[in-house]
Write a protein that binds this ligand. Structure first.
Ligand code: HEM
Ligand code: HEM
Length: 197
């Protein structure tokens, strides 16, 4: 994963450098997670807007929870993969201040990738509503039945949803900025095509 690739120095001699793209595993995990997020959020808006007596509401909730728990699983695998290898350093063409912002933004994105599913889980399980993961099996409970705790989980889930929207919007705008205005191929680092620095 951390295999160095030879690049040319200014003098023309081949020298080892850090890789320019994320590993295939990290790229697949990133795009699968992004896909899940772009489904789970509109689904949340749709399901919470339904009439309480809608016969399909329970199914939409179960689908939302199943995708949400999948995000948690993908993120666990991703963090272990990320920590056990190396990720490409941010391109030197990006100013130090923006690099700091990128690190903070990515860190917060990881935070919500854990906090959203966990708060949703607490909301559901402490409230006595188990999840039938894609109608295949029931996900076990690790929290006590506790209405107040369930309520707290729901509050946190609802509040963090706003942070989630802001972070995703900021993330996508930052990529567009680097790509189109700053002309640094950050997208190539996550798609795997050879990135230039
Ligand atoms: C990455 C994962 C997740 C994201 C991004 C997410 C996002 C959201 C959003 C945006 C809402 C609407 C909030 C509102 O407008 O008040 C919502 C509601 C909800 N989510 Fe999630 N969710 C995730 C995972 C989960 C999981 C794993 C569960 C349960 C196991 C869950 C259970 C719920 C429930 C029960 C509601 C409805 C709360 C209510 O009745 O107002 N979510 N979610
Ligand atoms: C259209 C949507 C998206 C695009 C175009 C995109 C693009 C990218 C790119 C290009 C990078 C690499 C940044 C770099 O190091 O140069 C990246 C990293 C990252 N993205 Fe996204 N992304 C998208 C959606 C999302 C979503 C929905 C999430 C999670 C909520 C997310 C979470 C992350 C995280 C945590 C990283 C840092 C990876 C690491 O260094 O371990 N992305 N994204």
């Amino acid at each position: 994963m951390s295999r160095p690739s030879p690049t040319s120095s200014a003098a023309g001699a081949a020298m080892p450098s850090a890789r320019l793209t994320y590993s295939l595993t990290l790229r697949v995990l990133h795009w699968l997670t992004a896909l899940c997020m772009f489904v789970v959020i509109p689904l949340a808006w749709y399901m919470t807007g339904l009439d309480r007596h809608d016969p399909m509401q329970e199914n939409w909730f179960n689908l939302h929870k199943s995708i949400g728990l999948t995000v948690l699983l993908l993120t666990l695998i991703r963090v272990v993969t990320r920590l056990s290898g190396t990720a490409p350093p941010l391109p030197a063409a990006i100013p130090a201040f923006e690099q700091t912002l990128a690190h903070i933004g990515h860190g917060l994105l990881y935070l919500i990738l854990f906090a959203m599913p966990i708060s949703g889980y607490i909301n559901s399980y402490a409230g006595g509503h188990p999840v039938n993961w894609f109608w295949l099996f029931q996900v076990p409970s690790v929290v006590p039945l506790d209405k107040a705790l369930g309520h707290l989980g729901g509050r946190v889930h609802g509040l963090l949803a706003w942070l989630t929207y802001a972070l995703i919007a900021g993330h996508v705008l930052a990529v567009i900025y680097h790509q189109l205005i700053q002309r640094v191929d950050v997208l190539g680092r996550m798609t795997g095509r050879a990135a230039k620095r």
